[in-house]
Write a protein that binds this ligand. Structure first.
Ligand SMILES: *Cc1c(COP(=O)(O)O)cnc(C)c1O
Ligand code: SF4
Length: 355
């Protein structure tokens, strides 16, 4: 499959390339080779340009530059944390919920996030879904009328050329029971030069509703180029949603998280999911507790527009699926006939009568 190269610089794909660009200090170069041998590395020129080389805790660098902490794997961490493999009936399809299925067109991404939940599966090289395999995946979707929505993920489908994307769109358009198509991508922020008005049109599925879930974790990812790419997608008629991971040291503080949700809404992206980090191997340095996450999400409710509120989600390890994990502002309603306590945004409790 042709993966087209965007205009602009080449991505940095090795520790040596990162060192040459001043993004890894020479004394750490050797130690990080072991990380790069285990997990894929890629930093696009847009993201490399955004990193403040003088700040050792730069939130963009922490997302993409390998770290020796990744060599620490905890016993509870899983190669397939959300159980994709157990729900894969044919190669490239993950079908866990009756009404919707994932179609994974590619394994590669423009960047490799250090906290990636599919880090054992994504990477350069792995085969893209083409030919007979792609035919089998479409045959599976076409044969199951209960599939109402198809979610295109991977890997990142927006590394495909406009020609390939149009072909996938045409094949999805031909399946009558599919009403909704959702693309998941990090390209609009990490490699915005790929998104032209023509590309945005290629992503439309004739006769279906198309949603694009854009993965971003820090307000600084919204460069002028990213804003232009996102506007092109919205102007082409796609409904835009957000997807973020709550990450220690990157966005797990009230100011950054509020700023992120606001910048989504300002760019016509409705906050959708804020993911608690998955138990991916070598990612414990990014994880916070569920309780810390709930406190942060609760703080958003206090001072941000309802448009800015994401749903805080845990994907239950092993494949049982996604659940919202609060926080709850209501207590006591489990007891029949009892008054419930409703907590307002200042923390004051108010009683609410039983029905
Ligand atoms: C996350 C996921 C979905 C989409 O879930 P929504 O809650 O609809 O966003 C669908 N299938 C699988 C296998 C998933 O992991
Ligand atoms: S873009 Fe998504 S799939 Fe790709 S490395 Fe980042 S988190 Fe993983």
């Amino acid at each position: 499959m042709t993966l087209h190269q965007p205009p602009g610089g080449q991505p940095l794909r090795s520790v040596d390339a990162l060192a040459d660009a001043g993004l890894v200090p020479p004394e750490r170069q050797d130690a990080l080779q072991a990380v790069a041998a285990r997990y894929a590395v890629s930093v696009t020129s847009a993201m490399a340009d955004l990193i403040d080389r003088a700040d050792p805790k730069d939130p963009i660098a922490l997302q993409f530059i390998p770290d020796a902490a990744e060599l620490v794997t905890l016993p509870q961490e899983l190669a397939d944390p959300i159980g994709d493999d157990a729900h894969s009936p044919v190669e490239g399809v993950v079908h866990r919920y009756p009404d919707r299925a994932l179609l994974k067109l590619v394994h590669a991404c423009p960047v490799y996030c250090r906290f990636c939940f599919r880090r054992e599966m994504v990477g350069p090289g792995g085969d893209a879904l083409t030919g007979a395999k792609l035919d089998a995946a479409f045959a599976y979707l076409a044969a199951r009328p209960e599939i109402w929505e198809v979610i295109l993920t991977g890997g990142d489908p927006f590394i495909l050329s406009a020609r390939r994307v149009r072909e996938v769109a045409r094949r999805l358009a031909a399946i009558p029971h599919i009403k909704v198509v959702r693309w998941h991508s990090r390209v609009p922020v990490v490699d915005p030069a790929r998104i032209s008005a023509d590309y945005a049109r290629a992503l439309r599925i004739p006769g279906k509703a198309s949603y694009i879930a854009i993965h971003a974790n820090h307000p600084r990812e919204f460069t002028d180029d990213a804003r232009r790419a996102i506007a092109a997608l919205a102007d082409a008629g796609h409904v835009l949603l957000s997807q973020s991971v709550l990450l220690k040291g990157i966005n797990a503080d009230e100011a950054t998280l509020s700023g992120l949700m606001r910048v989504f809404v300002e760019n016509r992206i409705k906050p959708y999911y804020l993911h608690h980090p998955d138990l991916a191997p070598g990612t414990s340095h990014f994880r916070l507790t569920l309780e810390e996450g709930q406190a942060l999400v609760k703080s958003l409710r206090g001072h941000l527009s309802g448009l800015c509120q994401p749903t805080y989600i845990l994907d239950i390890p092993g494949g049982a699926g996604k659940i919202p994990v609060g926080p709850s502002f209501l207590s006591g309603c489990e007891t029949p006939g009892a008054e419930a306590a409703a907590e307002d945004r200042h923390g004051t409790r108010h009683s609410y009568p039983p029905a």
